[in-house]
Design a protein around this ligand. Structure first.
Ligand code: ADP
Ligand code: 5GP
Length: 210
């Protein structure tokens, strides 16, 4: 039986460790998962590459993608646009991969509305002080931007209970395993196995009539 891919959204406060987690998950299970690469109008951070972390594009190019319907969803986040290109996601789901979108909450809720079978995961650090420590420690944003991101975290916390699972990123490796196990479990949900259920029902009927 061909395994059907699950669409998974991973959200979490900026600095909670989503990016780090995703890299570990993908490197441990490269055949299971595909990570969608978003388009954004924000400038690349040191070490980020076009086509690897993001497609870094202009506001003009981004708005053209919106008009052409090339994005599954998009949102504004702290002065910039971020969006999920459609083609890659559809192609990888068809190949049977579990496709992960690492996106913020407005986008997450739009994806859930358009694709109700989406699994929503929310990543959080163990506490607020640790979040600030990680954001500052990452050293990629000015204190002003860090403050905006912490403000945004307060707003995002309001939506945490819309997610299916809460994942506390305390010890990184334990967190990677937890996320993988949650997704594995999700494949066993009966509504994700309708084809199997239909086939076994038909086979049982045939047996009965033999
Ligand atoms: P996000 O993608 O959610 O914004 P990052 O993956 O960039 O977050 O992580 C923010 C910072 O926290 C990085 O410097 C990263 O190395 C660090 N970090 C991530 N996970 C952990 C963890 N479990 N324990 C300690 N530090 C972590
Ligand atoms: P960052 O600038 O730290 O890379 O990302 C800022 C926020 O934008 C994060 O919460 C990240 O999950 C979110 N994000 C990244 N890509 C997308 C996307 O395609 N759509 C939406 N809605 N949010 C995204």
């Amino acid at each position: 039986m061909k395994r059907k891919g699950i669409l998974i959204v991973v959200s979490g406060f900026s600095g909670s460790g989503k990016g780090t987690l995703m890299k570990r998950l993908l490197s441990q299970y490269p055949d299971t998962y595909a990570l969608s690469i978003s388009a954004t109008t924000r400038a690349p951070r040191k070490g980020e590459e076009h086509g690897r972390e993001y497609f870094f594009i202009s506001k003009d190019e981004f708005e053209k993608m919106i008009v052409k319907g090339e994005l599954i969803e998009y949102a504004r986040y702290v002065e910039n646009y971020y969006g999920t290109p459609r083609v890659y996601v559809e192609q990888k789901l068809d190949e049977g991969k579990d496709v992960i979108l690492e996106i913020e909450i407005q986008g997450a809720l739009k994806v859930k509305q358009a694709f109700p079978d989406t699994l929503l995961l929310f990543v959080t650090p163990p506490n607020a002080a640790e979040l600030e420590k990680r954001l500052v420690g990452r050293g990629t944003e000015t204190m002003d931007v860090i403050r905006s991101r912490l403000d945004r975290a307060c707003e995002e916390a309001e939506g945490m209970d819309s997610y299916d699972y809460l994942i506390v990123n305390d010890e990184l490796e334990a967190c990677v395993s937890q996320m993988h196990e949650i997704i594995r479990g999700e494949h066993h949900r009966s509504f994700r196995n309708e084809v199997f259920i239909k086939e076994i029902k038909e086979d049982l009927e045939k047996l009965k009539r033999r």
